[in-house]
Design a protein around this ligand. Structure first.
Ligand code: ZN
Length: 476
């Protein structure tokens, strides 16, 4: 019998806000442990949570971009469980009335477009962090992360291969980055992903016992963990074993999934309405105002680029994958109308520098106009292409515009015909013997004369222009 995997993904996104989800504590990353907590974070008696307006706005923005319906009445609930990283013993989350539901993301996988349905988007708070001491008899607790706003984005089980899961995550991350609601940095934990996976006989519409996979800290790890889990489950069902509902952890070192616990059900969490936050109805005009702030999404941008610019699908995909690079590209074209050249420079030298410095394109300090100026100098034969690359590197190092480097170093090529003609005349007058040699058939005498012109102009003379003048002067 043939089996197929059925996969659903849960993405946890840390929202970029100044303060936490339900209190005024700062969300700055990497601060001294426990320096960002208050009675609300700790759930002390008498403290009251208050919903962060910015976090809620970000949630609506994501929901709308994922084509979800915003819930008519929004309600928060307490999810009760005991764990040492959760001082309150409950997490403020959403149970039956999440921020939004029933959306979709179109993903491009194996050259085809596939619709992945979004089941729900809900807002909750993060837990604190335990720092385990290797070999030590204790663990340390950092409360700074407790109460950070998290958005959970849950798909329907529409994903049928580890490859599709990877493509969904890549597409979703690109959308989320465009919305500028999170830094989507998996290393800092601001984007996390859990997967639900089961296998069933191909063509069946029944779902098998699902296994929840955790502890995957990159999209590649998600793909590897799913690949491993698909074969583990397929082997088991092929051998007639019955799988049970459970949670497994991905062990990246050993490249296997390990049993963590048998699965708990929703009723184990004793959800009940959060008594300190009243349900509320978002004003439709508020929602519409947020809709207006959603920028052009990556797929729409790719379509527009394809219609407008004569670029390959590969170039477009690379440019569009980074909103800052795509914006930079279009800004540069306003002053220099050659899309392919601009794309090559952005995807080549500029991306290489931003990768090297591990920074965004905007942070390199070269304005799109500055790059346009540099490209114009190459076209106008003021500098050579090779020189331009060196100028760009120096401009990035010195944090100034490329034109400033060219001017301060006097790098401009000398291409003025009238001026060069005068210089050539002087050189020819000084080197009559070489001129006679050349006319007598010694072709390499010309190389000597060109060398003399270059010396006279300190190497700045444009070789193409000198050649043209010399050939004319020497009667060719
Ligand atoms: Zn707090």
């Amino acid at each position: 019998m043939k089996y197929e995997p059925v996969i659903g993904l849960e993405v946890h996104l840390q929202l970029k806000t100044k303060t936490k989800a339900f209190c005024g504590c700062s969300t700055l990353f990497g601060q001294r442990p426990n320096s960002q907590s208050c009675p609300v974070c700790l759930g002390l008696p008498g403290s009251l949570p208050k919903l962060n307006h910015e976090a809620f706005g970000h949630s609506i923005k994501v929901a709308l971009a994922l084509h979800c319906s915003v819930q008519k009445e929004i309600k928060f609930d307490r999810k009760n469980y005991y764990y040492p990283d959760l001082p309150k013993n409950f997490q403020i989350s959403q149970y039956d009335k999440p921020v939004a539901h029933d959306g979709f993301v179109d993903i491009s996988s194996c050259g085809k477009i596939k619709k992945i349905r979004i089941k729900r988007v809900h807002l909750e708070e993060d837990a604190g962090k335990l720092i385990h001491q290797t070999g030590g008899p204790y663990s340390l607790f950092d409360c700074n992360r407790a109460g950070m706003p998290l958005l959970e984005i849950v798909t329907e089980p529409d994903i049928n291969s580890p490859e599709e899961a990877y493509d969904y995550l890549t597409g979703l991350k690109s959308i989320l980055k465009y919305l500028e609601v999170s830094d989507c940095d998996m290393e800092k934990g601001s984007l996390r992903c859990d997967a639900n996976i089961s296998v069933r006989p191909a063509g069946s519409d029944k779902l098998g016992s699902k296994v929840e996979l955790k502890n995957m800290n990159s999209f590649k790890a998600v793909r590897l963990a799913l690949e491993h889990e698909v074969s583990r489950q397929m082997e088991a069902v092929s051998a007639g074993e019955k799988l049970q509902q459970e949670t497994r952890l991905w062990d990246a070192g050993k490249a296997v999934t390990l049993l963590m616990r048998t699965k708990e059900e929703a009723h184990d969490y004793r959800y009940f309405p959060e008594p300190d936050l009243v349900p509320f109805v978002p004003d439709p005009s508020y929602v519409e105002d947020i809709r207006k702030t959603i920028p052009e999404m990556p797929d729409a941008k790719a379509k527009r680029f394809k219609e407008r610019f004569n670029l390959s699908d590969y170039d477009i995909a690379v440019l569009v994958s980074d909103k800052a690079a795509a914006d930079y590209f279009e800004k540069c074209l306003e002053s220099y109308d050659n899309p392919k050249t601009v794309a090559n420079w952005i995807m080549g030298d500029i991306t290489a520098q931003s990768n090297l410095k591990n920074t965004g394109i905007r942070e390199l300090g070269i304005s799109p106009q500055g790059l346009a100026e540099l490209l114009k100098m190459i076209d106008g034969q003021l500098i050579s292409g090779k020189m331009a690359k060196e100028v760009l590197l120096e401009a990035i190092e010195k944090r100034c515009e490329p034109a400033q480097i060219v001017r301060s170093k006097g790098l401009e090529q000398l291409s003025d015909k009238g001026e060069l003609e005068k210089i050539v005349k002087v050189i020819l007058g000084r080197n009559e013997k070489s001129v006679q040699d050349y006319k007598g058939g010694k072709k390499n005498a010309l190389t000597f004369i060109i060398g003399q012109v270059m010396r006279e102009t300190k190497g700045k003379a444009n070789p193409a222009v000198i050649n043209e003048i010399l050939k004319k002067s020497l009667g060719e």
